[in-house]
Write a new protein. Sequence first.
Length: 370
Amino acid sequence: MAGRNQDSGRIAALRRALLEWYTQRRRDLPWRRTSDPYAIWISEIMLQQTRVAAVVERHREFLARFPTLASLARADEQEVLALWSGLGYYRRARMLHQAAQFVAEHCNGNLPATAEELRTLPGIGPYTAAAIASIAHGECAAVVDGNVERVLCRLESWEAASGRAAGALRRRIEAAAARLIDCARPGDWNQAMMELGATVCVPRNPHCPVCPISAACKTRGEHRTLPRPPMQRREIAHALVVRRSKRAGKSGAGAQEVLLEQRPAELTVMPGLWELPALRQAGVPAPELRMTVRHAIMQVNYTVRVCDLREDDVEGMTIHGGKRRWVPVGEAARMALTGLARKVLGRAGMLPVAPPAAAGGQRRPHIPEP
Ligand code: SF4
């Protein structure tokens, strides 16, 4: 009995300390100023694997173009992907669009309110469902993302695990999250846990001296984590083929056009997105090298050599991977480009350079959802 009382006393103190800290220190973010489930849903999907600073502006742009779920449901997929361009992990945008269409068609356009119902939608797993239901509707559903997982493991001194042991650890973490959540303020509680993991209990060198829950923490920075899998390195080459359009513009001269290729729809990675044609590695003549770009996707660091190619050399020197189109440079900015294509065209002065979204900085580590 004494043990149970001690435990409930520890939990009550921990809830008080964390919620007080969150009330005073939370970052002022646009999706924290609304209770609109649609706006919260968009933010939760964008924040997966993407830095908060990069999401703020993109969230505003997305809601300006698609202010309601109905407007998103009516949109063409290519337009949704174009607006997502640069955020990476395009499957998120596709699933978001599909879920909006499903809700418009089968739920009278109203996003379901409970975590259980939300989980039935494409792209919404336990994490996103709990986040929307708790933040927008006050449901007492605990969120477990990568940040929360790390905080709980350190709090309870549970070692990170791999293989079979990882499943058992995951169940312990979910049970702990459900036990700790403050059902009087579930949305704030979930956001406080994620905020603590993102800003204080960070992956390397946690800031324990300023942590609001250090009194309840069993490790206080003395916690071992699994080493990160090493990044792989790969070299690839793309062709930048530019010409003047044969059609004269207002000034009499043709507009500048760039050759783009659409990735086939059956690919599992970035299907339907537009990229620069890939070069046959052996065929890259050194004098044509325009730039070298570094680009990271998932666990791979790419070194990308970009070469200027004449229109006549395209067929012989590139690998034909999909449908090709000459695109006026102004139009390319509005297309669903891969992050790499956007980066290269930006560096070549053909597009505005966007700040990196999915690389560097403090990202919310995401646990994959269906
Ligand atoms: Fe994380 Fe340190 Fe706080 Fe423990 S005391 S929860 S390790 S920041």
